[in-house]
Design a binder for this molecule. Structure first.
Ligand code: ADP
Ligand code: MG
Length: 694
């Protein structure tokens, strides 16, 4: 053998792959990479053991079939030999072996060859190797091509410890060539996918023309429509095998071939199967394995090969093979067998193997630590080593990520954690969305309210203009020291304010604009209270806690806000009570609490308070516009309004506090928005506040 050809004989059926990582976990060569949402085979790392094919419950790992070249050979002029691996009774258990062979011949094969005879020859070479006087050398058997490939790729320094003997398949091919001539085309038919790869390697490529798995042979039977009842029974062509036929169910070639016991004891360690072989080769390398020959197979015996279709359990397969061998042994012609063995005693069965190093340098500790940290594994207790990713430990997984073989998403706990976070984020943004929607609805209501307000304002504007004009006329005419001068002044001032409010409403309806100016908030509150005309049974209190009393606000609009709140408070206290105004704040904000000891607001009404036209007052008493105008003004200031209330006397004193929150300064962007934009401004308000606070 030379450098193995890097052809993957297994493909991933993308549509079937559910990315369950089972193949990753079961691949002894770690030759499967998760990429683009599927498990892909890395040809140069693959040892064609077929474990992935066997373990994939979705049928996503498929052997690339090679039936067509065989059909071509059968159709061609040269005779074709079918070299049958001795495990065939395990696959084709429904027929007597003569029927099975008759079927093979009916496909067009000219010779039926027992690879088991190759096993007999090879076993003898192993016995000779072990009998050599140089007992210092120990070997790994080379009957299993997946093992040879594994050693070449992942333990290349052990290549010269591979027993320098061809496999039974190659031995049988050489026998055929010898006996039936070089013109005979040879097709190996067996349970093994790795044989396909072995047959491509020089010099084996010169000896074998094609390799079929039993699965492919079964398919050919199906496609040819052969009737087993109608085919003529057939038997193998010579040379006939001896106990080599037991090889697929034995603990190794030597045992199958009945090599002397004394040679076996202590000298040969036989093992098979995915986990065992990896461990055994590791131990062999470390020197821990004290044996002259490590007989090792990648599958649990060739009868469990991945190129089979049967779902018979292991022991049924074994009994099928041994039943066949017992039948064969009854007609066993030992003398003829011995003659054939002697005849091929000089046949060259030597083999040489070459390293095909596929090891990837192990990353530095820091690199592993970094990769682990990205998967949330910062402390030893974070390393669950749960194996869900397909790797035995978190560290092995991290190494595989480093090598580009794995992805961090393969870590189940990590992915679940990520998922949880994403769900949380989504939920949060959903909430935000709900807020936005609510704000938008509010802005639409404000818009319709604006239209109505515009209508009213337009009507009110003219009579108001007359009031204002006459008040000013009277002021001009009245004597300087007249006692009613003060009253007239009040009329003019209030009418003036009304006009501004009306104008403001008109603005609000078309294009909202607040005219900010540095304003003494405490003085503004005092002025509002002065003209508030509190009912006699209501006590009014004002409390100022501001040291810096100045804020950039539109004073007329904030007066309107306070008036609305104060008059609502009065209405809530028909039997009297206390109105308390408190001004306070910090460097970023000014807050005004308007508190009453009134009836409070029922819970079911809280959500509707700021809706235009929501009122609990009698017709003619309330318009339901006060709070929605208030809300609009505050939002244009990029402020906020909050309500605390209790309407249940059983829960404590009733009453309400409306808190107006206004930023002291506005951000550089002009506070200007047409009414459709109010909703967006409301959203930004929160950000602005946060900015100020931080
Ligand atoms: P209006 O005052 O015309 O009813 P508002 O928008 O000013 O319209 O108020 C809407 C409703 O909110 C009022 O009808 C009332 O039910 C409730 N409300 C407002 N302020 C208070 C308060 N301080 N105490 C109790 N209820 C209030
Ligand atoms: Mg009101």
């Amino acid at each position: 053998m030379v450098q193995p050809a890097n052809i993957a004989f297994i493909r991933t059926a993308k549509e079937n792959c559910r990315v369950c990582y089972t193949c990753v976990r079961e691949c002894p060569a770690k030759a499967i990479r998760i990429a683009e949402g599927q498990a892909q085979i890395i040809a140069e790392r693959c040892i064609s053991c077929g474990n992935c094919v066997r373990v994939c419950s979705q049928g996503a790992k498929q052997v690339i079939h090679g039936i067509d070249p065989v059909r071509e050979l059968l159709a061609g002029p040269e005779p074709v030999a079918a070299c049958l691996a001795p495990s065939f009774p395990a696959e084709f258990s429904e027929w007597e072996y003569e029927t099975f062979l008759g079927m093979v011949r009916a496909l067009g094969f000219d010779y039926l060859i027992e690879v088991a005879f190759g096993a007999d020859l090879v076993a003898r070479r192993y016995a000779e190797l072990l009998a050599s006087p140089d007992r210092s050398r120990s070997y790994i058997s080379t009957a299993c091509p997946a093992i040879v490939s594994y050693v070449a790729k992942y333990h290349p320094q052990l290549v010269d410890r591979l027993a320098p003997i061809v496999s039974p398949m190659v031995a049988a091919a050489r026998v055929v060539r010898h006996r039936y001539g070089p013109q005979v085309k040879q097709v190996f038919i067996g349970p093994c996918i790795a044989k396909k790869s072995e047959a491509l390697h020089a010099p084996v490529d010169l000896e074998l023309d094609a390799v079929l798995t039993f699965a492919e042979l079964a398919r050919m039977f199906d496609e040819s429509g052969l009737d087993p009842a109608a085919v003529a029974p057939a038997d193998f062509d010579p040379p006939r095998a001896g106990l080599g036929a037991l090889f697929p169910i034995s603990r190794g070639l030597l045992q199958a071939a009945d090599i002397a016991e004394d040679l076996m004891v202590g000298d040969v360690v036989a093992t098979d199967g995915r986990t065992n072989f990896v461990e055994a080769i590791k131990e062999f390398e470390s020197g821990a394995l004290d044996a002259r020959l490590l007989e090792v197979l990648a599958c649990n015996g060739c009868i469990m090969g991945a190129g089979m279709t049967t779902d018979l359990p292991l022991f049924r397969r074994r009994s099928q093979v041994s039943r066949y061998v017992r039948r064969r042994m009854r007609q066993f012609d030992r003398a003829a067998w011995q003659r054939d063995m002697d005849c091929f005693g000089e046949l060259d069965l030597g083999a040489r193997f070459h390293p095909d190093d596929q090891r990837v340098p192990v990353p530095f500790a820091e690199e592993i630590t970094y990769i682990m940290a990205k998967m949330g594994k910062r402390n030893p207790e974070d390393e669950l080593n749960c194996g869900a990713c397909g790797y035995d430990t978190c560290r092995e997984h991290a190494v595989a990520i480093f090598k580009g073989l794995a992805e961090s998403e393969m870590c189940l706990p990590h992915t679940i954690d990520q998922l949880r976070r994403t769900v949380e984020k989504l939920a949060a943004s959903n909430e935000q969305l709900a807020d936005t929607r609510e704000a938008l609805m509010q802005s639409e209501k404000l818009a319709s309210m604006g239209q109505l307000a515009a209508g009213i304002a337009h009507e009110v504007n003219n009579p108001l203009g007359v009031v204002l004009m006459y008040a000013h006329l009277l002021l001009d005419e009245i004597e300087q020291h007249s006692p009613i001068r003060e009253d007239l002044h009040m009329i003019a001032e209030q009418a003036d304010r009304c006009k501004k409010i009306v104008a403001g409403l008109l603005h609000f309806a078309r294009q909202n604009k607040v005219q900010l100016q540095p304003t003494d908030v405490t003085a503004l509150v005092d002025r509002v209270l002065q003209v508030a005309a509190a009912p006699l049974n209501v006590t009014v209190q004002a409390q100022n806690e501001l040291t810096d009393r100045i804020a950039e606000i539109d004073p007329d609009q904030i007066v309107q806000v306070l008036n609305n709140l104060i008059h609502n408070a009065f209405s809530a206290m028909p039997d009297g009570g206390t109105l308390h105004l408190r001004t306070y704040g910090d460097t970023a904000q000014v807050r005004i609490d308007v508190t009453d000891t009134g009836v409070g607001i029922a819970k079911e009404n809280l959500g509707k308070l700021f809706e235009p036209f929501f009122t609990t007052k009698d017709i003619g008493q309330g318009t339901g516009l006060g709070l929605s105008v208030t809300y609009g003004i505050i939002k244009m200031h990029r402020g906020d309004i909050q309500v605390h209330t209790n309407a249940d006397p059983a829960a404590g004193p009733t009453g309400s506090t409306f808190t107006v929150i206004l930023p002291r300064r506005q951000s550089p962007r002009p506070v200007e928005a047409n009414r459709r934009d109010i909703g967006y401004d409301q959203i930004e308000t929160k950000d602005t506040r946060t900015d100020y606070q931080s």
